[in-house]
Design a protein around this ligand. Structure first.
Ligand code: G6Q
Length: 531
């Protein structure tokens, strides 16, 4: 029986944690950060280890975080989600009332997946994609001149853009160099114009991605690109592909060369491993590497079902986040990858986390008693060190930090200078920042003093590959979901996004009625009437 509906404030273990938080471990004290602590506070996981010696936690705190995870039935709830329980709902109120099955998209490697019906649908779409990619490769699908399509323009926004874009950027080192990928998301006409200026439309596939098939920005950009195709004397229906929900307004085979489905049990921000990300990744990485990416995610999904917090990286990361946010009062989390390839990953996490857990009512529709999701942001190191790290070290705002690092670089190219290679310089910087934030430094000059006790953890893997990228994605998805369960909120709807969509449509109606420049005040008024 899944225990759902208990908020952390009602948990005995949370009361214990609140007490412990009155006197948390002081990382600046002499000999706290010993080699033994560094070794002991390291969680060895699938692909990624989590080094958490620089968190203000003792064994007692970790034990109590385990109690809290148990009291809130976090792992049981995750398993129920993977098996198809209806998790996207608010009890006693109208809500989306759906299953949450993004994990099924990659649960395709075993005979008995957690949710057979969803895994079966995932396999069907993947087979369609495999056939399509094979047809492209063999020249059975080509342009009107018989030439190969060598470019793909991915059109979508929010969940239909951020994840696929972050994954593509992360894995560029492994892509087919003869194939180019561009993304268009913003309704700003300059976004599509700058892409259109760079491509030979006759060689382009245009992948229109929209679960609802109604998103204003995506439909506007599709129209812009279709008209550019027509203007170039090309048949848009021969160049456009779609990824959409079954029976959405975009589910129209006549208008698209090929259509792929995503299902209502996959939320936009969790859709990178569905067809939303798979078509673009399959086009650029090839089908075999796409499967490696999915396999990495699936391995992490399974690892996330381990009950022991000291052996479950996503669960530990989630609970450390709860400790830092709800007990130590840190309201923002900086995700700082020491990998240039991950430069869009913090933006993806920002959506995945903040859209999921930026909620003020619990799963019963009651106001939450404590804090829910933190503010998530970040940029790659070392670049960030020359920018905002000043505030991390000496600012009055305390931020918890999640570093992500890799022992080896992706492309294998490196040069030794003054005895070390650039990859070593990168990792050395990561470790130095972690230590400096935690231990701080005293100085006679107050302006040169570093208070320390600025908590951080390091996720460390060998190399960023399709498989480790899949694992990292699934690790963070599980972390976000665990935290949502812990706060007893629905992490799977997004009423805040829906409101914006409705209001913009209303203002546009006013604008189109008046046909020319509408005074701003009139436009605002249209939105006010809707609020
Ligand atoms: C994600 C959100 C949101 C959504 C976009 C695009 O979880 O629901 O970011 O992905 O608004 O929606 P469509 O895919 O329906 O165009």
């Amino acid at each position: 029986m899944i225990q759902e509906g208990k908020s952390i404030n009602e948990c005995e273990s949370f009361r214990v944690l609140a007490q412990l938080a009155k006197n948390p471990l002081d990382l600046t004290e002499h000999r706290v950060l010993t080699p033994e602590r560094v070794r002991q506070f390291c969680c060895k996981g699938e692909c990624f280890d989590l080094l958490y010696a620089c968190q203000r936690v003792s064994d007692e705190v970790v034990d109590t975080l385990q109690d809290l995870a148990d009291e809130c039935s976090l792992v049981e709830q995750l398993a129920a989600m993977q098996q198809g329980a209806v998790m996207n709902c608010i009890h006693n109120y109208p809500s989306e009332n759906r299953q949450v099955l993004h994990t099924a998209c990659r649960d395709i490697f075993v005979e008995k997946p957690a949710c057979e019906s969803a895994a079966k649908q995932a396999r069907v779409e993947l087979e369609k994609l495999k056939k399509f990619l094979g047809d492209l490769e063999q020249g059975r699908i080509c342009n009107a001149e018989g030439q190969a399509f060598d470019t793909l323009i991915h059109v979508g926004i929010g969940g239909s853009d951020l994840g696929p874009r972050a994954m593509y950027e992360a894995l560029r080192a492994y892509t087919d160099e003869t194939r180019k990928v561009f993304f268009v998301s913003n309704v700003d006409p300059d976004d599509s114009a700058q892409v259109l200026a760079q491509v030979d439309l006759s060689r382009c596939l245009v992948l229109v991605v929209s679960k609802s098939g109604t998103t204003l920005e995506t439909l506007a950009n599709e129209t812009v690109i279709r008209s550019a195709l027509s203007a170039a004397g090309l048949d848009p229906d021969r160049h456009c592909l779609s990824v959409t929900g079954e029976s959405s307004p975009m589910d129209n085979p006549q208008r698209y060369l090929r259509s792929f489905y995503m299902y209502d049990y996959i939320g936009g921000r969790y859709s990178s491993t569905s067809m939303v990300g798979a078509v673009t990744l399959g086009f650029s990485l090839g089908y075999a590497q796409l499967l490696e990416f999915l396999q990495g995610a699936n391995t992490m999904d399974r690892a996330a079902c381990e009950k022991n917090i000291r052996r479950n990286v996503p669960l530990l990361l989630a609970m450390l986040g709860v400790w830092n946010h709800n007990c130590l009062g840190m309201d923002t989390v900086a995700v700082l990858p020491y990998s240039q390839a991950l430069h869009r990953f913090p933006a993806h996490l920002q959506q995945c986390d903040m859209e999921s857990n930026g909620k003020s009512v619990d799963r019963n529709g009651a106001a939450v008693a404590g804090k829910t999701g933190p503010i998530v942001w970040g940029e790659p190191g070392t670049n960030g060190q020359h920018a905002f790290y000043q505030l991390l070290h000496q600012g009055t705002e305390k931020t918890s930090v999640e570093f992500i690092g890799f022992r080896k670089n992706q492309r294998g190219k490196d040069l030794s200078m003054q005895g070390t290679e650039s990859q070593q310089k990168l990792v050395a910087n990561l470790l130095a920042q972690s230590m400096a934030l935690a231990i701080g430094r005293d100085d006679e000059n107050p302006n040169k003093r570093f208070s320390g006790n600025r908590v951080n953890g390091i996720l460390m893997a060998d190399r960023l590959t399709p498989s480790t990228m899949g694992a990292l994605l699934a690790l963070y998805e599980a972390k976000i979901v665990f935290q949502g369960f812990c706060w007893n909120i629905n992490s799977f709807d997004q009423e805040g996004v829906q409101l914006g969509k409705i209001l913009a449509t209303e203002i546009l109606e006013v604008m189109s009625e008046k046909k020319k420049n509408v005074p701003l005040a009139d436009a605002f008024l249209a939105a006010v009437k809707m609020c």
